[in-house]
Design a protein around this ligand. Structure first.
Ligand code: NAP
Ligand code: ZN
Length: 346
C-alpha cells in the first residue's frame, strides 16, 4: 500500500477538503500514473453532494485524469515510464461475463467506476483523480496524443467521449443536422466533435450570452431556448438532439424539433423522471434514448480523432484549493467551459 494525497468530500453537505488515503501496490498488469491534471465534471458535483442517492464517503472525485506514467508492472506492454496517459470514468469491468462485448463494456454489470465505486474484489473503495497518483490496470489506461496541449486533454476522458459516442452511434456526419442542448462542459465538446465530423451543428442554449464562443467552436447556428419562437422556427429540423442539461426542461417541446425518425439522446441526468407525451413521439416515429460515456476502445478512437483534428477542451486551469468555488460556479453555468485542476498545486 502507498499513501496518496487528494481532496475528498467527507459528507454530502461539506466542502471538499485535504485527505490522505491508500492506493494498492502495483500488480503485474498495473500502471502507476502521476496525475498532472484533473477535470471537474458536473457528475463529480452530483456525487459529492449525493444527488443520485448512491454516494459513499469519504469520496475523492475526478474521472477526467491526465498524467504521466511513473512505473509499470512486469506484464505491462503498452505503456512505459514517461508516457502521457489518461484515465476516464472506469478502471475495471466485467472480464468474465460471457456476454462481455469490449465495444460496449460501459454497459456491462461488472463496471468498476473510477471513484464512488468498489474494486473488482467487491469491497475496496475506488478513489478518483483529485489526487497525486493513481494505480490502474493497463487495459483501462488511454494514450494521449503528443500534439495536444496536455492540460486541455483531461476533459476529453469524460466530456469528450460522452459526446463522441452518441455522435458516432447515431451517424453524425455530412448532411446530418445535430443540436446540442446546453453549452457547458459536455456541450462545448459536442459542438467541436460534431463540427469535425462534418455535421451541421446547432446550439440550443438558455440565452445568447455564449453565442460568439459557440460559433467560434464550430456551431453553424445558435438559438436561445428562453425564446419561444426558437421552438416554432426549428420544429421538425434535427436528425439528432444531444441533451446535456441536468435540469427539468420541456421535453415535449424538444421532441418537436426532431425530424421523422429523429432521436433525442439524454446525456444529462435530471433529478426527476422525464415526462413524455406519446404524441411527441408517434407522429414523427421519433425516439428518446440515453447514452453513457464510451468503451475503452472508443475512448482511444476519440482521443486519436482529437489528435488528428486538434480538438481539446476550452478550460480554466485552477488550483486545488479553488475546487469548492469552482463547484459553485459550475452550478451557476459560470465556466468557460471546463475547470481543470492543476495537480501540482495539491
Ligand atoms: P455543465 O458544464 O454544468 O453543463 C450543463 C449545461 O446545461 C450548462 O452549461 C447550461 O448550458 C445548461 N443548463 C444548466 N442549467 C439549466 C437549466 N436550468 N435549464 C436549461 N439548461 C440548463 O455540466 P456537464 O459537466 O456538461 O454535465 C452535464 C450533465 O451530464 C450532468 O448531469 C452530468 O452528470 C451528466 N453527465 C453524463 C454523462 C453520461 O455518460 N451520460 C457523462 C458525464 C456527465 P447553457 O448555459 O448553454 O444553457
Ligand atoms: Zn464525467
Amino acid at each position: 500500500m502507498a499513501l496518496a494525497r487528494g481532496y475528498a468530500a467527507t459528507d454530502a453537505s461539506k466542502p471538499l477538503q485535504p485527505f490522505t488515503f491508500e492506493r494498492r501496490e502495483p500488480r503485474e498488469d498495473d500502471v502507476v500514473i502521476s496525475i498532472k491534471y484533473s477535470g471537474i465534471c458536473h457528475s463529480d458535483i452530483h456525487q459529492a453532494r449525493n444527488e443520485w442517492g448512491n454516494s459513499a464517503f469519504p469520496m475523492v472525485p475526478g474521472h477526467e485524469i491526465a498524467g504521466i506514467v511513473t512505473a509499470v508492472g512486469s506484464k505491462v506492454s503498452k505503456f512505459k515510464v514517461g508516457d502521457r496517459v489518461g484515465v476516464g470514468c472506469f478502471v475495471d469491468s466485467c472480464t468474465t461475463c460471457a456476454s462481455r462485448d469490449v465495444d460496449l463494456e460501459q454497459y456491462m454489470p461488472g463496471l468498476v467506476v473510477t471513484y464512488n465505486g468498489v474494486e473488482a474484489d467487491g469491497k475496496t473503495p475506488t478513489q478518483g483523480g483529485y489526487s497525486d497518483f493513481i494505480v490502474v490496470k493497463e487495459g483501462y489506461v488511454l494514450s494521449i496524443p503528443e500534439n495536444l496541449p496536455f492540460e486541455a486533454t483531461a476533459p476529453l476522458l469524460c466530456a469528450g467521449i460522452t459526446l463522441y459516442s452518441p455522435l458516432r452511434n447515431w451517424g453524425a456526419g455530412p448532411g446530418k443536422k445535430i443540436a446540442v442542448v446546453g453549452m457547458g462542459g459536455l456541450g462545448h465538446m459536442g459542438v467541436k466533435l460534431a463540427h469535425a465530423m462534418g455535421a451541421d451543428v446547432t446550439v440550443l442554449s438558455q440565452s445568447l450570452s455564449k453565442k460568439e464562443d459557440g460559433l467560434k467552436l464550430g456551431a453553424d447556428h445558435y438559438y436561445a431556448t428562453a425564446d419561444a419562437e426558437t421552438f416554432m422556427k426549428l420544429a421538425g429540423t434535427f436528425d439528432l438532439i444531444l441533451c446535456t442539461v441536468s435540469a427539468e426542461i420541456d421535453w415535449n417541446a424538444y421532441l418537436g424539433l426532431l425530424k421523422v425518425d429523429g432521436t433525442l439522446v439524454l446525456l444529462g441526468v435530471p433529478e426527476k423522471p422525464v415526462p413524455v407525451h406519446a404524441f411527441s413521439l408517434i407522429p414523427g416515429r421519433r425516439s428518446i434514448a440515453g447514452s453513457m460515456i464510451g468503451s475503452i476502445k472508443e475512448t482511444q478512437e476519440m482521443l486519436d480523432f482529437c489528435g488528428e483534428h486538434n480538438i481539446v477542451s476550452e478550460i480554466e486551469l485552477i488550483r486545488m484549493d479553488q475546487v469548492n468555488e469552482a463547484y459553485e460556479r459550475v452550478i451557476k453555468s459560470d465556466v468557460r467551459y471546463r475547470f481543470v485542476i492543476d495537480m501540482a498545486t495539491l
